[in-house]
Design a binder for this molecule. Structure first.
Ligand SMILES: N[C@@H](CCC(=O)N[C@@H](CS)C(=O)NCC(=O)O)C(=O)O
Length: 202
């Protein structure tokens, strides 16, 4: 399996899950501005949407959209328990959080990366994001991971998205449980390995 990624982007989440679950993979770095792969190929020929994460299976099938890729990876290695069992109510609870992370947090942070985003819009987004993070923070005050005692793919996704906060000068200090959680996820061997694999730490 190939993972098309950009260092530290949202593709970090499936990369982390592959390392957590021990799923064999190769990585292909993508230049998101030029839409080229590391060997100079046209990335849009692989994924016409032009964004990461994108995975390509050994049979050639291409799969996109983080929330779906993460479920696919979890189901490849059920013994790693990276998502609750298919068909259980807990599975839907996990997907509920996954969609929340994708649509409320991941896409909420998106405009902060764009230098042309007006400050007034950023102020509005900050208020909305803070209200969403308040919910996550309350949840994490009572839970080690997003699904309780069990680390799952949504922890990889949440960690990835919230790790952008310092770069975007987004203040997480009002959310002590989130800060403690970020420390717990950062300390996992697979997180360190993924940071190294993407060249983000030595
Ligand atoms: N809907 C996609 C969005 C993925 C996305 O926003 N990827 C960003 C990096 S975090 C990207 O590749 N942006 C480049 C672009 O949109 O051209 C998903 O949820 O996977």
């Amino acid at each position: 399996m190939k993972l098309y990624y950009s260092p530290g982007a949202c593709s970090f989440a499936p990369h982390l899950v592959m390392n957590e679950a021990g799923i064999p993979h190769e990585t292909v770095k993508v230049d998101l501005r030029a839409k080229t792969t590391a060997d100079g190929g046209d990335f849009r020929k692989i994924n016409p949407k032009g964004y990461v994460p994108t995975i390509q299976l050994d049979n050639g099938q291409v799969l996109t959209e983080n929330a779906v890729i993460l479920q696919y990876l979890a189901d490849l290695k059920p013994e790693a328990q990276l998502m609750p069992k298919f068909g259980s109510f807990e599975r839907y609870r996990c997907i509920e959080w996954e969609n929340f992370i994708a649509t409320e947090l991941h896409k909420g942070f998106g405009p902060f990366w764009d230098p042309s985003t007006p400050d007034t819009y950023k102020t509005h987004l900050t208020k909305t994001l803070n209200s969403r993070l308040e919910i996550v923070s309350k949840h994490l005050a009572d839970n080690q991971f997003m699904m309780g005692q069990q680390y799952t793919v949504i922890d990889a996704y949440l960690f990835t998205v919230l790790s952008w906060a310092p770069m975007l000068k987004f203040d997480l200090s009002p959310f002590a449980p989130i800060q403690a959680y970020m420390g717990r996820i950062a300390a996992r061997p697979a997180t360190l390995k993924t940071l190294k694999d993407e060249g983000l730490v030595k």
